[in-house]
Design a protein around this ligand. Structure first.
Ligand code: KIV
Ligand code: ZN
Length: 389
């Protein structure tokens, strides 16, 4: 299958909005501008730059990101009231391609907060989406907690939003409650059953409370969603949002069963991951898929030996695909002789077989005492005799 026959999936990044909402992840104005620029450069289709009514700082950041944007659509978030929507428009209107994203919680639990009946909420949705559409051609609407909303009511309000002019309808799994089969089915049924659904884009927005955000997002795409909402490193409230790097790389690596393409330059993933970790203060866990320190690291002898013979033995993607220079062969107590020989050769030491045997014995002794044996340790082992040791 060639790329042009693959379906396009739009990547909507909300690192600067939902990501920044994680307690303690606040970013400065300059940091937000930097991350927005990196997102734009890596080919993110839509950047949710913030929540303009939330604070003066958010408003300034969204306006400035909008002014500087190049290719990406710049989106701001607004609750379902006219004041929020007007404020959002004031911030995003500077963008080459602005979008207003307005939302309201539609599940019984969320309807109870403003104490609205189903009819009153339906009326509010009609009024606010109509208002947003009068300001901007590109309007996204979200029924928050959609996955816990009664299916009849969800169909009804999605139809109202489409008729009022929403061009994208996002189906949030706000509390990470759904599962892949249900996620696919929900989108499939909405597209099949709601009048006008085939004329707009459906989006999926998953949280990771049960560790299923990536699987749920990809399942929603199988069901017909063509926009995935995600964040760099999966940053986000509680257990986070869908990780951009995971869904993008999954579709790239398994294009055989997920024939979708994105506009993301995946070689920029590692750099932006590191910048987001630094500016948010949220370190990436070592074994995090795609961007963790150990995602391309190998220590066991069997793995290292396999890697030295053919990288595909233990790697399903190349480090360069995500912007990493090379696989990391970590020297530790599980490493074998082949890895030691190769590592020493890279460091400029080609040892005779008997010398290598001797260094290998001393390397194992050292590795039993240290978690990781560094290049300097190996050089010291290679340049000192057993007797001097
Ligand atoms: O998780 C959620 O429901 C949200 C909405 C505001 C889209 O972030
Ligand atoms: Zn969210």
């Amino acid at each position: 299958m060639t790329d042009s026959t693959k379906d396009r999936v739009y990547i909507f990044d909300t690192t600067l909005r939902d990501g920044e909402q994680s307690p303690g992840a606040t970013m400065t104005h300059a940091e937000k501008l930097e991350i927005a620029q990196l997102l734009d450069e890596m080919g993110v289709d839509i950047i949710e730059a913030g929540f303009p009514i939330a604070s003066e700082g958010d408003f300034r950041a969204v306006s400035e990101i909008a002014k500087r944007s190049q290719d990406a659509v710049i989106c701001g978030l607004a609750r379902a009231n006219l004041k929020d929507i007007d404020r959002c428009w004031e911030a995003v209107k500077h963008a080459r391609q602005p979008r207003i994203h307005t939302f309201i919680g539609t599940s019984p639990l969320h309807r109870a907060i403003p104490n609205l009946t189903q009819d009153e909420m339906a009326e509010r949705i009609h009024e606010t989406v109509t208002h947003a559409r009068n300001l901007c051609d590109n309007v996204q609407w979200s029924p928050m907690d959609a996955t816990r909303t009664e299916s009849d009511y969800l169909r009804r309000v999605v139809e109202i939003a489409i008729k009022a002019g929403a061009t994208t309808v996002n189906i949030p799994d706000t509390v990470g409650y759904t599962a892949p089969v249900e996620s696919a089915d929900l989108i499939r049924r909405l597209i099949a059953e709601v009048p006008g659904a085939d004329e707009i884009i459906f989006a999926t927005h998953c949280h990771n409370d049960l560790g299923m955000a990536t699987a749920n997002s990809l399942a929603a795409v199988e069901g017909g969603a063509r926009q995935i909402e995600c964040t760099i490193n999966g940053l986000g409230e509680r257990a986070g949002n869908t990780a951009l790097e995971e869904v993008v790389m999954a579709m790239k690596v398994r294009g055989d069963i997920m024939p979708y393409q994105t506009g993301i330059d995946t070689t920029k993933i590692m750099n932006i991951s590191r910048r987001v970790a630094t500016v948010s203060g949220f370190a990436v866990q070592f074994n995090k898929a795609i961007v963790g320190k150990n995602a391309f690291a190998h220590e066991s002898g069997i793995h290292q030996d396999g890697m030295l013979k053919n990288a595909e033995t233990f790697e399903i993607m190349r480090p360069a695909d995500v912007g990493l220079a090379e696989t990391n062969i970590v020297m530790g107590k599980h490493s074998g002789r082949a890895a030691l020989r190769s590592k020493l050769k890279d460091l400029g030491y080609e040892l005779a077989e008997n010398q290598l045997n001797d260094v290998f014995v001393r390397f194992k002794e050292l590795a039993d005492r240290k978690k990781e044996v560094y290049d300097e340790d190996l050089i010291a082992l290679a340049t000192t005799d057993a007797a001097e040791d």
